[in-house]
Design a protein around this ligand. Sequence first.
Ligand code: SF4
Length: 428
Amino acid sequence: MKKRVSFFTFGCRLNQAETSTIENSFRDRGYHVVDIDSPSDICVVNTCTVTKNGDADTKKMVKKIARRHPDSKIALLGCQAQAQGETLLSLPNVNWVIGNAHKMDLLEFIDQSNEKPSPIVNVDPIPKNDFTISTIGYDHSHTRANLKIQDGCDFYCLFCVIPYVRGSARSRQFDDLIREAKNFVAADFKEIVLTGVNIGCYSNEGKTFLDIINTMENIDGLSRLRISSIEPTTIPKDIISKMNPNSILCRHLHIPLQSGCNTLLFKMNRKYTVNDYQNFLLEAYNNITDVCLGTDVIVGYPGENNSLFDETFDFLNSLPFAYFHVFSYSERELAKSKKLPNQVSVPNIQKRSSILRKLSLHKKHEFYSKLIDNVEPVLFEQLKNGYWQGLTDHYARVKVKSDLDLSNRLIPVKLETVDDDMITGEVV
Ligand code: SF4
């Protein structure tokens, strides 16, 4: 009988991309991939350690799997594994703890365990050189394909553990990533999302981030190319002229701000001022029709008093954002901000987070309202509660009624009304 393996991913889009690749390497070796809720021989959890919640979620998940499927052996991979190493072996049923340097080699560690059955921990330092990925990261449970182009970061923002758990910035070999992009298209993926830790810093043998976009624009059959989160200081200006309704490059920029006041940006070791950020954002807004502008913001960074929080609120409120992701600051063992004075109390962080989340909902409603009466191509994903749901290129979530199977189809839709956090439309 085929061995069964299940997968679960915490954290970012890059983790999702990596899980898909690892999952396919198991398929290639003859494993049967089952749902995380089904009994399996091996259960692989790709972890995240960006916040304390991420750590706690892994532990809860491991205990749940061990309770439900006591015969499953668990592999913990990735960032939390890299940061916490063998301490994670104390969790029930955990047999492999493999950090970021070797998580793609999980099958080799499993082979070693078959020869000598004892738990394996590997948290080797992360290599500094550019890389290739041999397996293809197909994940047909998602409509959009995540293409990993880069890993690691050299910026060392004070709140961030990424440079410690994912290593320094390095890029995927250009030909290798273009090969995978073409394979995604051949497998009928219509949209590719460029993914990494600090993708704007991409650099391989003279090729830049812009070269990736220029080359992928010419891949026959690719309908959409989306840029995932990109650092404000790394965005090539030429991107603005490329984002238009007729280009495959989606009109969507997610640019992490983290704080809307210079005092805190400086304390975070961010590399720009609010003015720099505002100038770029407004240039994008004024030159890209209906562009969707999103951001990340941290609430409760050490030293954030009421007046500095108000500065952030006012800054976010004044700009044409379509949404923001609000992160509650939490102390991380490896992050330098742990040592900063004037830590903010948890109730204050919760109160301020809730204020910004409400503002984000309001912004999203405003953005969606602006799109009403447009006819926009929607890439449909799934049928949910009687409606087909999908995304426009500018990241608006749309639902329509249809008796046809619309999954993975790119179809023009007249956008009609906004309710809650979705637009209702009609296929034209
Ligand atoms: S740029 Fe992003 S990934 Fe790099 S250190 Fe700063 S927050 Fe972390």
